[in-house]
Design a protein around this ligand. Structure first.
Ligand code: CA
Length: 233
């Protein structure tokens, strides 16, 4: 199951470790980064579901990083919670003005911060925190690892399950075979790109029983997408 992924960008090591420990205990995948410039580089490689961003950072300040992220299309809507020190009232206002979604003032209560993280994820990405994904007559339950189509349970292998889960999380978005291999199979495994076609074929065979409509779109020379029109017509 894909865990919601959080970047903690904070140069105070003790705080960074505390956040990592508590967020991981809540089921999040956490990357801690201690420099603003490093965070910017990492964001070019992967996009988390949410970022906790300290105001004062070596390399590149949190505020400047936030401003840059907002001006780039790929990160314009990345949920960002700024961590600010007490007494930086003006700076907090500036933080919100340049596009942070929320802020907390240090020292803050960790449970309160986690509650805000969850609330923001629910608003921004209902699909990464909800236990069930449902589109029309297709339903995927992340807790029981079961999939239902048209009210009937369909049996999927673990790879088909993860593939369907991954595609359902971003309806309409086209993923290349290489991207699917990275996200569903993992970076370290070498698998031929045609493997993706084989598993998409198996997935389709299982979920489109009878004459049910195919929710997966093949995009020629690009890859696959979960059809955003599925269930609408
Ligand atoms: Ca700092």
């Amino acid at each position: 199951m894909a865990k919601p992924h959080i970047f903690v960008v904070e140069d105070e090591e003790a705080l960074s470790l505390l956040l990592r420990y508590n967020l991981e205990a809540e089921g999040f995948a956490v990357d801690t980064i201690s420099r603003g410039d490093e965070a910017e580089l990492r964001l070019r490689e992967s996009r988390p579901d949410l970022m906790l961003l300290d105001w004062m950072l070596p390399g590149l300040s949190g505020i400047e990083l936030c401003r840059r992220l907002r001006s780039r299309q790929e990160t314009a809507d990345l949920p960002i919670i700024m961590l600010t020190a007490r007494g930086e009232e003006d700076e907090r206002i500036r933080g919100l003005a340049i596009g942070a979604d929320d802020y907390v003032v240090k020292p803050f209560s960790v449970p309160e911060l986690i509650a805000r993280v969850k609330a923001m994820l629910r608003r921004a990405h209902p699909e990464v925190v909800s236990q069930r994904l449902q589109v029309a007559d297709l339903e995927l339950d992340r807790e029981t690892l079961r999939v239902y189509r048209n009210g009937r349970e369909v049996n999927l292998g673990p790879t088909e399950f993860r593939l369907l889960e991954f595609l359902m999380q971003s309806p309409g978005r086209v993923f290349s075979r290489a991207q699917l291999l990275d996200s569903v199979w993992g970076h370290d495994i070498y698998v031929d790109e045609r493997t993706v076609d084989v598993h998409v074929g198996r997935l389709r065979k299982s979920i489109n029983y009878g004459r049910l409509k195919d929710p997966i779109r093949t995009v020629r020379s690009a890859g696959y997408a979960f059809d955003e029109q599925f269930g609408r017509s």
